[in-house]
Ligand binder design. Sequence first.
Ligand SMILES: [Cu+2]
Length: 352
Amino acid sequence: MTTLLIFIVLGLVFIAIWQMTKIFELSQLKSEQSQIANDTDNKYNGYLLFAFLIFIYGITIFSFWKYGKFLLPEAASEHGAMYDQLELVSYIIIFAVQTLTQFLLHYFGFKYRGRKGLKALFFADNDRLEFIWTIIPVITLAGLILWGLYTWTDIMDVNDEDDPLIVELYAQQFNWTARYGGSDNVLGEANVRMIDIDKANILGLDESDSYSRDDVIVKELHLPVGRKVNFYFRSQDVLHSAYMPHFRAQMNCVPGMITEFSFTPITTTVDMRQNPDVIDKVNRTNKIRAEKAAAGAENSDPWEFDYILLCNKICGKSHYNMQMKIIVETQEEYDAWIKSQQTFSDTMASVQ
Ligand SMILES: [Cu+2]
């Protein structure tokens, strides 16, 4: 609030000074009272264009230097490298074109600023010039779009090849639940209409479906490294979006339909914790947390890196905290973990 007031006061002071200079100017008897820009005005504007060019270059370099470290670490999924490469090349092209065109725009604005006696050369069209500045973007964009489409179809191809692990991710305001197909790796039928909280049937599984009996319902997602996972998404209430940034994966969760995504995790949680970017991020975060803890703030314990599933659709007041931990581990660790979990029929039996 104080900051806002300070800004308002500063703004008013600025307006007052500006108005006073105007009055001062009007009170002067100047020889040149014309509203038409003269050579001095044009020169000022020319140099201002240059100053603005330096400003945008400067702020770009500053942003890279200051915020570059907030980018995600190396992708932890098989398709991630493909996705990152497409993104990197797109950014390099956009960056190069923007740097060049901004320079040309501002430089020509300066070079051809208005001067007394200077006349502009007029020509109606130039076929060769127009051909050049049409064909270059056409080829570049067509290349990017084709490459993007190829990458998209490759990433979005959900199929049953290579014996994928079947996992359902269930979204509701404001938490996630995961369901594994169990020993048969097949998910039982489910529908929100069959939800029965009294019987602990929180995902609405069809109790008469034999496939649902060995399903495993958990609040923490464990994935064996190197095995393809086919995800099936459901939502109980509103639109949510399952976002797993480290795996370069995101899919909408839509009430009334099942959406799909598939990826293969390639780096275990333990290995990812050794990644230099991750170590750096953890150190930076824990430094802030230590400072807060010293000042007596709550929830400031040291943080350890974990993969995470986030909701990426603003779905309500606790959307920001709709997340689930993901653990990528070796096949043996995963087997031991899944064995220790209750199946759906165990849960039903213990409730009745
Ligand atoms: Cu959500």
